[in-house]
Design a protein. Structure first.
Ligand code: DOR
Ligand code: ZN
Length: 345
């Protein structure tokens, strides 16, 4: 096959930042996707409906003229989040979901939740009104090895949470382990997962062999090969529990190429091309549309998008860096080529 046309897709998890960086990166996503679930880990974080509404306006103003792109906003949960503002924001269509960051887990998560017990009332309200919960699934205890933090989170936090609130819609974000895949597969219909392009392409060797490669570093960190293979199997299986969420996370080149580099891989410019490469390698081109355009929308209870996008097998070269507003950003696959190219949109 040399051409594939699918319903316009959605990115169910990404980071836009704010200000000049946001204005530089939004066009990449607006070019590829109809909608995106926008993460709230700004500094300061998006903790109220009013902040989400303002942030949405700033994003909309950055969408190129003539583009049709809808940002879907999330609220950042803290130990003191109030259920009323969150529920009102959801009811009014301002916030689509709420994001649980365990405090200290990743970029701008310092004001995250220190113990899920502290937000149980909020989660009960979300379950009651059908508002989805996006979860960064890693424990943060210093004694847990970074490569084990997702698996331990399942046992300590995710499994008890899902058992306590089976009616809560939970998205286990950016899964990186066979443990998470198995958990999601075995859980009820209200549990789903996003999978990033990088976790389908790379294992931890890509980050650490032959020198330390900061542009391959994100959180949760890429794991060993057996986990990558489990993720590739899950993404291309056709299961409605797995869907596209890039976790595109722009950090300027100099903030990654430094003694303490930021976590995050900027994959927005060629996200569809990157995912499609994997689906082709797995002989699953016929399952790409479900993963990219249907499973996520259905899980969130959103209408499927109108219109289509077409990818052609003409190949695309990935730039060594792109403009990131204040400073350049190195995209995923920088300097490489991918076999597919987005043709229209
Ligand atoms: O690598 C990551 N980058 N993982 C996250 O969870 C957050 C993200 C960011 O905001 O940079
Ligand atoms: Zn993220």
């Amino acid at each position: 096959m040399t051409r594939i046309t699918i319903r316009r897709p959605d990115d169910m998890h990404l980071h836009f930042r704010d200000g000049a960086t946001m204005r530089a990166v939004v066009p990449f996503t607006a070019h590829q996707f109809a909608r995106a679930i926008v993460m709230p880990n700004l500094a300061p974080p998006v903790t109220t409906s009013a902040m989400a509404a303002d942030y949405r306006e700033r994003i909309m103003a950055a969408v190129p003229k003539g583009g049709a792109f809808t940002p879907l906003m999330t609220l950042y949960l803290t130990d003191s989040t109030g259920a009323d503002d969150l529920a009102a924001g959801h009811e009014r269509g301002i916030v689509t979901a709420a994001k649980l960051y365990p405090a200290g887990a990743t970029t701008n998560s310092a004001s995250g939740v220190t113990d899920v017990a502290n937000i149980m009332g909020v989660l009960e309200r979300m379950a009651a009104i059908g508002m989805p919960l996006c979860v960064h699934g890693e424990v943060t205890s210093a004694d847990i090895d970074i490569f084990d933090r997702e698996a331990v989170f399942i046992e300590r936090v995710m499994a008890p949470l899902v058992e306590r609130l089976p009616e809560l819609k939970v998205i286990f974000e950016h899964v990186t382990t066979e443990d998470a895949v198995a958990f999601v597969q075995g859980a009820g219909v209200n549990v789903a997962a996003t999978i990033t392009p990088q976790h389908l392409h790379i294992n931890r060797n890509a980050m650490l062999v032959g020198g330390i490669r900061p542009h391959m570093y994100c959180l949760p960190v890429a794991k060993r090969e057996k986990h990558r293979l489990a993720l590739r199997q899950a993404a291309t299986s056709g299961s409605a529990k797995f869907f596209l969420g890039t976790d595109s996370a722009p950090h300027h080149r100099h903030t990654k190429e430094t003694a303490c580099g930021c976590a995050g891989i900027f994959n927005a410019p060629y996200a569809l091309e990157s995912y499609l490469t994997v689906f082709e390698e797995k002989g699953a081109l016929d399952r790409f549309e479900g993963f990219a355009s249907e499973h996520g929308a259905r899980f969130y209870g959103l209408p499927l998008n109108e219109g289509t996008v077409t990818l052609e097998k003409t190949g695309v070269e990935i730039a060594a860096e792109v403009s990131g507003g204040e400073a350049p950003i190195v995209p995923f696959h920088a300097g490489g080529t991918l076999p597919w190219r987005l043709a229209n949109a």
